[in-house]
Design a protein around this ligand. Sequence first.
Ligand SMILES: Nc1ncnc2c1ncn2[C@@H]1O[C@H](COP(=O)(O)OP(=O)(O)OP(=O)(O)O)[C@@H](O)[C@H]1O
Ligand SMILES: [Mg+2]
Length: 311
Amino acid sequence: MGEVLSVRELSKTYELKKSVFSIRSSKIRALDKVSLKVNEHETLGIVGESGSGKSTLARCVLLLERPDLGEIHFCGVDLLKLKEKELKPLRRWMQIVFQDPYSSLNPRKRVIDIVSEPILNFNLVDKGTVREKVKDILLSVGLDESFVDKYPHEMSGGQRQRVAIARAICTEPSLLVADEPVSSLDVSIQAQILSLFLKIKEERKLSMIFISHDLNVIRFISERVMVMFKGKIVEEGEKEEIFSNPLHPYTRLLLDYSIRGRGRIRGDEDKEGACVYYGRCEWRGKRCANEAPLLYGTENHRVACFLEGTY
Ligand SMILES: Nc1ncnc2c1ncn2[C@@H]1O[C@H](COP(=O)(O)OP(=O)(O)OP(=O)(O)O)[C@@H](O)[C@H]1O
Ligand SMILES: [Mg+2]
């Protein structure tokens, strides 16, 4: 199986400016040396609580935002070495679906204009045939002809997300990044949209990065799974392996409960030089206070924890 995407040691830090409430500016390490691979026709699921860096990773991988450090190889091309002009034609091969289809779709445009825009931008068909092409794509995401001239506000959340998916796949990308694409939908609709992702992945031989804070969603959709905590990967591997044999205390916690709350929980202080999970870990030892564990293991299963790895 060929590699579609290979990311090496991607890092991104945000600086929070001084405000009237704090005299010092502070830094947030949103991504800390994150490496990953996505093979052809494979779905990598990324799970982690709010603020763990999932969206930052998605934006940096697609170069919607520049990482501070690292490498991104897409179909063998080193993206960070390209100028924007050279990058532009490659963008059709990597597309994104966001969480909230209402804010990601222009409310003043009809479905026909929303979906035809990228098709025309990349000169995939001429103006005369674009309407037929849009109709075909809409059918493939479960929307009939009657949706072609509708506005986003005339549709349900699920239908709007179908339009967002249509817009993302109309340029025939090889990589689709989906950032919490079902989180804003009713539970009953979530299952339909997840099945749609599986269908288009099969039909179009897509590779996907699928982001969710919900392990059940990740379990349904992914072949491989990556668990993020505060900008770091703490565990990764084959889906069955991660779900049947979770090794990191954070993965175990996620499996036990579904963490949805925002903000920090008690005892979650950062300690410079410590394991990223130190503040929250109930198993922490002396070594964990002074050293950050690296990911250790085999291709099937890696974990960054001194309790588990053979260090
Ligand atoms: N543009 C920005 N400026 C400053 N800080 C940011 C910015 N974007 C993200 N952050 C911070 O970086 C960290 C990671 O944020 P990110 O949005 O990537 O997390 P996430 O895992 O996608 O969370 P969620 O599940 O809520 O979507 C957070 O602490 C966030 O506050
Ligand atoms: Mg996010």
